[in-house]
Design a protein. Structure first.
Ligand SMILES: [Zn+2]
Lengths: 112, 1000
């Protein structure tokens, strides 16, 4: 049972307060997109064992969406940030890199 | 015979005797007894029957690891099956019965399975119950069901109360033995908030029994002093009879507190309490569990763990037998021999598998004149319901008897296994300690918390420390580490006997014949023997997890606490791999079974789930409502009059709306206000149609799709002002659609200036529908409701019956209809005012069933009836509600995919049965031929089906392949157990096709 810090209201929220929202940083493909691109957006998920970026909603709290950087195997959480961010903030990336040199996720990654 | 000694028993209060009964026989014990110790004291060794062979079973252990002594505890509604007699404190009037026997424990018919044992080997179920398939229902399943399960399910509702407790602490210490006490001391002195939990009813664990010297005093004195010191610390909380049952991610722990056991017979309040704990660090000081030895007949009642034999002696002054043979591969069991001897009982022989035992305890036994047979094993145990004797053999041989020795009990020890369960629940890894022959926590691979730091620290014998000084040191260290303290805790001196090395012995004797191996039990509850594990290995089940499931080793209610290590060691020998390469099975919570009552807590009965009620709920209840649950809401399905059944009531209500006027509580409809400079643009993305162009004062029907293109909700949108829209959703959709809007707003278009507010509960809503609707409402006075002032698909604010209202001219019935929103607090007042005003017309309250029939007669779709998550608006002929001009909306791109645009999709039609009957709900429309697995092909399904009182016939809506192109065609609709029904494909709008009635 996870605890995640909600960056909007500043609460250490228990998993029972949260709703999971799957993979973070998906880029929406709308009308006019190629079939392959749209398929990737709609169905293609990375589901890694290790470093992952994912969406959570503080559903039974402030109601806001945020994103979390988590190791899906060890449950290590490097941090959370508002869902409006286009990518993980630099200090967070550095924290992941310090812990998991050479990590890679989608087109993100850290130096080995 | 087992019996009570005249003196001793450190946990007993001999001044209070308690009466109890077992299988109807009355017996007596003392306060401080467990049910197990009291039964032993009264001479009872036979306590149950095993699961598969119905072998006689006595006590093996004295603690939670006990696999055999499971009883039905209590009577009637309070009866609880599968309770371990070792964990039940005795109380006056306690009633227990044995399990898994018929007609009685002494004479059990199922024991015939034992004689057939050779024909019930590992994997028997899988091999036997394979085919023919038809045998499953009639033969195999009844057989397995009769054989399965040990206890009986209690009848009736559990009358007791249970509760949940939440706790947030810095350090949780699991286990109140000397290691746990030392850890608590260290963390407590460092000022941390500490919670210490101990599963038994006393502190100090087994140190009170073996009484080593600690800090210059006897262990019991040290325990007393330490507990007193901890009690003085305001930052330390301590609980007895509370077991930390499971560890989960991020320091979440679940513990079960047995409040009933804290005050046996005098207990009030909740029976059990489930603790839900968040701890920054957890110290697992859960002790170790002694292993049995695998020799033939090791399951005969009277063969017990050596530590249990001396626990019964020291704690409860119970002698398990007059002549106790001790069999061991380590020094610790000598403590049992010495204790039995000191109690004035006879130890005929200590059978030691080791060729040259020579520890301090061994020396002491020699000095006392006890006979030690080194390099020997037990070839077999004599007796069936009770040990009568043993035959000795050479450990290295095949089991030829050297000597028969009469005895009535055998105390065995195969060494100790650290209780690594809590360490392992959340991913902590183990390493095999070759010298000590045990798995212990690998400190380099601990379970880690959210911060990446070790979350669980293991201490004491749970960490593999078996000597008292090491146990205390590791406890102090773990406590200080968990507290994050830099200071090294002051060490505690301790002394106990020097011990010689253990000799791992997994099968006794080593060259035992197959005949003997068939009598060597590993799992006593599930009847898994050495021969079963070996057979599994021969048949290819060489992975430990496979062998476990094939043999059922460790799958009983005790989860293999005494059998897992022995089983995997036998497997390792069979497959000739070292033990660490075979590995252990996964340790899963809970450590011992939790009751369903504790898990449920107060969430039962009325508190199981919240029920949402509209402001008019009580009125409905008082006027004959029968309820339909819709989400958490309760809506009136229909209002029953005297002598009316629910279907007659619904038909009456439909007719009243069509002919006169009816009223419906629509308060449950979702009402979401969307407001802001970008609200119009946002709603154009949310809905398939255009909402930005809707003039203020007007209403428009809208469809909401998921990004996959599927229709997920519908409803009428009213434009309230230049920058605000009111979006009605379905009853079940309010929260879901509000969350859907927020998701897109926050995550995709986060720079758009829009606010959403779910105001569903702020407004009550009443539908007044029927030809006389306007006439009724006009009597309330306050606003102009004429067709000119308030035409169809408009809304207006004003006063009705002196209450502030917003009146929408929208219709879900096809009749002239007003949907009136009023602040929730005034909902009932308006409802009653309308009812009174409509009295001349006999205004009829109607429920959801009438609402459904009315909308189905009009061909209006219903989310969840016509849609099932795979239906797009185009399937429902709702293309008119989809904007072709908009460049984008959620779901638009998906609806362009080839499958979505296929001409062969199932699309909405009406169906009229040729004979006027009502079609079954969900029925398939048949197509010629069969599919690849021999099922009849289908080409559509019935989505809504009712008897229409208006048309006096069955009506239905259905999705049919190319449906709208096939008007007037006659199709076959499947029925269960009957011939298909013929139905004609028709326009789904079956009543008032021109739509004139809704204008009034
Ligand atoms: Zn929050």
């Amino acid at each position: 049972m996870l605890i995640l810090f909600c960056p909007h209201c500043g609460v250490e929220a228990d998993e029972t307060e949260l709703a999971p929202g799957g993979e973070a940083h998906l880029r929406r493909e709308g009308p006019g997109s190629a079939d392959e691109a749209f398929e990737g957006y709609l169905f293609g998920r990375v589901n890694p064992k290790g470093v992952h970026f994912e969406r959570w909603r503080h559903a039974y709290g402030c109601g806001k969406w945020f994103l979390a950087a988590r190791d899906t195997a060890t449950m290590r959480v490097w941090g959370t940030y508002p869902a409006s961010e286009a990518g993980p903030p630099d200090p967070l990336r550095d924290a992941v890199t310090a812990d998991r040199p050479g990590w890679a996720w989608r087109d993100l990654g850290g130096a080995a | 015979m087992s019996t009570r000694l005249s003196t001793g028993g450190r946990l007993l209060d001999r001044s209070r005797s308690l009466r109890f009964s077992f299988d109807g026989h009355a017996a007596e014990g003392f306060a401080g007894d467990t049910l197990a110790s009291a039964l032993l004291a009264s001479g009872r060794m036979l306590l149950g029957r095993s699961f598969k062979y119905h072998r006689p079973r006595g006590l093996l252990a004295a603690g939670v690891e006990e696999p055999n002594a499971l009883v039905n505890l209590g009577e009637g509604e309070r009866m609880e099956p599968n309770r371990r007699a070792t964990s039940v404190p005795l109380r006056d009037g306690l009633v227990a019965t044995s399990q898994n026997r018929w007609p009685s424990l002494e004479t059990d018919v199922g024991a015939v399975n034992d004689a057939l044992g050779r024909f019930l080997p590992a994997g028997f179920y899988y091999k036997t119950f394979m085919w023919p398939g038809a045998f499953w229902k009639s033969v195999y399943e009844p057989f397995i069901r009769r054989a399965a399960g040990l206890g009986r399910v209690p009848k009736g509702r559990d009358p007791d109360r249970y509760e949940h407790f939440y706790a947030h602490v810095d350090v949780l210490v699991a286990g109140g033995g000397v290691a746990g006490l030392a850890a608590t001391l260290a963390a407590g002195r460092a000022g941390r908030r500490v919670l210490l939990m101990e599963q038994e009813g006393w502190w100090g664990g087994r140190a009170g029994v073996d009484a080593p010297e600690i800090d210059g005093m006897t262990a019991p004195a040290w325990i007393e002093r330490t507990v007193a010191e901890l009690r003085r610390m305001p930052n330390v909380r301590m609980r007895l009879r509370a077991q930390v049952a499971g560890i989960y991610d991020h320091g979440y722990a679940v513990a079960a507190e047995d409040l009933e056991a804290l005050a046996p017979g005098r207990h009030e309040g909740p029976r059990q309490r489930l603790w839900r704990i968040r701890a920054r660090r957890i110290v697992a000081a859960t002790g170790a569990i002694e292993r049995p030895l695998a020799f033939a007949g090791n399951d005969v009642p009277g063969v017990m763990l050596a530590s249990a034999v001396r626990d019964y002696l020291a704690n409860w002054a119970v002698s398990v037998g007059d002549r106790v043979v001790v069999v061991t591969n380590n020094d610790d069991a000598y403590r049992t021999a010495l204790a039995v001897h000191r109690a004035g009982l006879v130890v005929p022989v200590i059978v030691d598998a080791r060729p040259r035992p020579e520890g301090e305890l061994v020396q002491r036994a020699r000095e006392m004149g006890l006979r030690i047979e080194a390099g020997r094993g037990i070839a077999k145990v004599h007796g069936r319901k009770r040990v009568r004797g043993v035959t000795l053999c050479a450990l290295a041989g095949e089991g030829s008897g050297l000597e028969d020795i009469a005895c009535d009990a055998v105390a065995m020890s195969g060494g100790w296994s650290p209780a690594v369960h809590l360490w392992s629940h959340c991913g902590g890894k183990l390493l095999w300690d070759e010298a000590a022959a045990l798995f212990r926590p690998d400190r380099d691979r601990p379970p880690r918390g959210a911060d990446g730091e070790p979350m669980v620290l293991s201490a004491g014998s749970a960490d593999g420390a078996l000597r008292t000084a090491d146990v205390l040191a590791s406890g102090l260290l773990a406590g200080a580490e968990a507290a994050g303290s830099d200071e090294e805790p002051a060490p505690l001196a301790a002394h106990d006997a020097e011990e010689g090395p253990i000799l791992p012995v997994w099968v006794m004797p080593q060259g035992a014949s197959p005949e003997l191996r068939r009598k060597m039990w590993l799992d006593f509850q599930n009847d898994v023997k050495v021969s079963d594990v070996e057979l599994a290995a021969r048949e290819g089940f060489i992975a430990v997890e496979h062998a476990k499931r094939y043999t059922t080793l460790g799958m009983a209610t005790d989860q293999g606490k005494t059998s897992n290590i022995n089983g995997l060691a036998v497997l390792s020998q069979s497959v000739q791999l070292p033990i660490p390469e075979v590995g252990t099975t996964t340790f899963r919570p809970p450590y011992t079974p939790l009751t369903l009552g504790a898990i449920a807590g107060v969430a039962k009965g009325d508190l199981f789930q919240p029920v949402r009620e509209t402001p008019m709920h009580a009125w409905h209840a008082a006027h004959g409502a029968v309820w339909e649950p819709v989400g958490l809401w309760r809506r009136p399905w229909a209002y029953l009059r005297e002598g009316e059944d629910r279907h007659a009531a619904a038909l009456r209500e439909v007719t009243a709306v069509r002919r006169q006027v009816g009223m419906l509580d629509a308060s449950t409809l979702g009402k979401i206000v969307v407001k802001g400079p970008d609200a119009g643009r946002f709603l154009d993305m949310i809905y398939t149609g255009v909402m930005s162009t809707l003039p203020v004062g007007k209403c428009r029907y809208g469809l909401i799709c998921s990004e996959n293109g599927f229709l997920i909700d519908d409803g009428v949108v009213a434009r309230l002002s230049e920058d605000a829209w009111l979006c009605h959703t379905t009853t079940g959709g309010a929260e879901r659609i509000h969350a859907h809007m927020e998701d897109w707003l926050q995550c995709e278009w986060h720079d758009w200036r829009v606010f959403t507010a779910n105001l569903t509960e702020q407004w009550a809503q009443i539908v007044v529908a029927g030809p006389r609707a306007r006439a009724v409402l006009e009597r309330l006075g306050g606003m102009d409701l004429s067709a000119a002032a308030l035409p169809h698909m408009t809304w207006a604010e004003g006063m009705l019956a002196g209450l502030p209202v917003r009146v929408h001219r929208i219709s879900f019935s096809g009749e002239l209809s007003f949907e009136i929103a009023v602040p929730a607090a005034s909902g009932l007042a308006l409802w009653e005012a309308i009812r009174e005003a409509g009295a001349p017309e006999g205004i009829t309250p109607y429920g959801t069933e009438a609402m459904h029939i009315l909308r189905a007669e009009k061909g209006y779709i219903m989310i969840g009836e016509e849609t099932d998550g795979t239906v797009i608006p185009q399937d429902l002929n709702l293309g008119w509600a989809i904007s072709r001009k908009k460049p984008d909306y959620i779901g638009k791109r998906a609806q362009e995919r080839s499958h979505m645009a296929s001409p062969l999709r199932w699309r909405l039609v009406g169906l009229e049965t040729m004979n006027g009957s009502v079609l079954p709900e969900g029925a398939y429309i048949l197509a010629p031929g069969q599919n690849a697995v021999g099922q009849r092909n289908t080409q559509g399904r019935v989505t809504s089906t009712y008897y229409s009182p208006t048309l006096a016939r069955g009506i239905a809506m259905a999705l049919l392949e190319r449906g709208p192109e096939r008007m007037d065609e006659v199709v076959e609709v499947a029925r269960k157990g009957a011939d298909p029904v013929l139905a004609r494909v028709v326009d789904p709008v079956l009543y008032d096709k021109a739509g004139e009635r809704l204008h009034g």
